[in-house]
Design a protein around this ligand. Sequence first.
Ligand SMILES: [Zn+2]
Length: 474
Amino acid sequence: MADAAPPSKSRDLDKLLLRPGNLVGPTFDPGVQLRDDLQEYVKVLVVGAGGLGCELLKDLALSGFKNLEVIDMDRIEVSNLNRQFLFRISIGLNLDCLSLVLKRNSVIMGPMGRLEDVGKPKAEVAAKRVMERVSGVNIVPHFCRIEDKDIEFYSDFNIIALGLDSIEARSYINAVACSFLEYDFDDNPREETMKPMVDGGTEGFKGHARVIVPGVTPCFECTIWLFPPQVKFPLCTLAETPRNAAHCIEYAHLIKWDEVHRGKAFDPDNGDHMKWVYDEAVKRAELFGIPGVTYSLTQGVVKNIIPAIASTNAIVSAACALETLKIASGCSKTLSNYLTYNGVEGLHSKVTQFVKDKDCLVCGPGVLIELDTTVTLQKFINMLEEHPKLLISKASITYHGKNLYMQAPPVLEEMTRSNLNLPLYDLMDKIPKDILHATGTINKDNKKSSGLKKLRVVFKGIDGVTDMDLAGGA
Ligand SMILES: [Zn+2]
């Protein structure tokens, strides 16, 4: 064909973005403009540059996003060279990956492996490698903790994609993204303030991908029960009726070790200790006719290690990248709202539509606090510690991005200290009702964690605020 168009890198993307379709979202406006705007203006933040984060970064770059940033606080370690190898896969060296899968426990790098990366920040190396392989993409790495960035940093992105393995980190980013959400006087979320998130997670052969649109879908905190506490086996099961290999291993680890070693602490990093537990677990398994006790399973159960499976990361990441593209372009309806993937036996995947918790402290309209206009900032901060729905101590308070009081760093604390004795009403420019944000230590169920809360402050006795406003929580 003489005048066939030259092959384009965005050929597949064009099929999605340049044509109308029956599955498109309500705001979808196909055409070259959409594709170009998407590439030029949409900014996506990838949180985490581990196994999943690297996959995500690569997938988003290949999906046509040109403005990416990645944040991760870790350095590449020899002990997690498997992550390093995941990262190598993430830029397309599939043959290397295959050979490294076989060798990954023995810290041997393949012909293309780069030990030189050990000790370098994951975010920086990941950004560099993806940029080397995908032309035209710009990736800005941030080698720091997610808490080190101020809230304005996060407000800059259209979509936040999470490739994390920690519940705490997810919870933090979720709170940050939800803090941008504003409600109108009828408690309806304002669309222009929604900061969508796409969250991926993997654990061995299982994984999930979910879309979080604050105010529309449940946020991470609305469905925190999806992450139950670590299951512990009842001791009686271990002692009397073991039913699987893990029970036999835990019997050797928790019961037999103490019986035999009397007071000597088990050290999971001691190879002799681990071998002893393994040998005992094998004996126990033989006694009850239970198959499946291996040395690596023993390590996994005792150290609570769940192996990272590259294919799970790849599948979950692909789902997340597609959802990111759908949110940014409207080229198809987004996932509603939680996809689970299970590859343990065969393959099973399912989409569940979870519902929002309307009282959610994070994505809901906020905790309503009524105050007199005379209450000082110091007194307000003290109140937060006592408030049954908050229990937030050492709170730092921001008002529309302005620091009213910061507990840290010392230089900011000093700068904002004089506000403590001023009435909060004055600090809020005498606005009768508005949203404040408090960050601090949340004491819940005898556990301390850092958190960010949304407070809807209403001052009593001000014109324009009626009893109905207070009662209805407008
Ligand atoms: Zn929520």
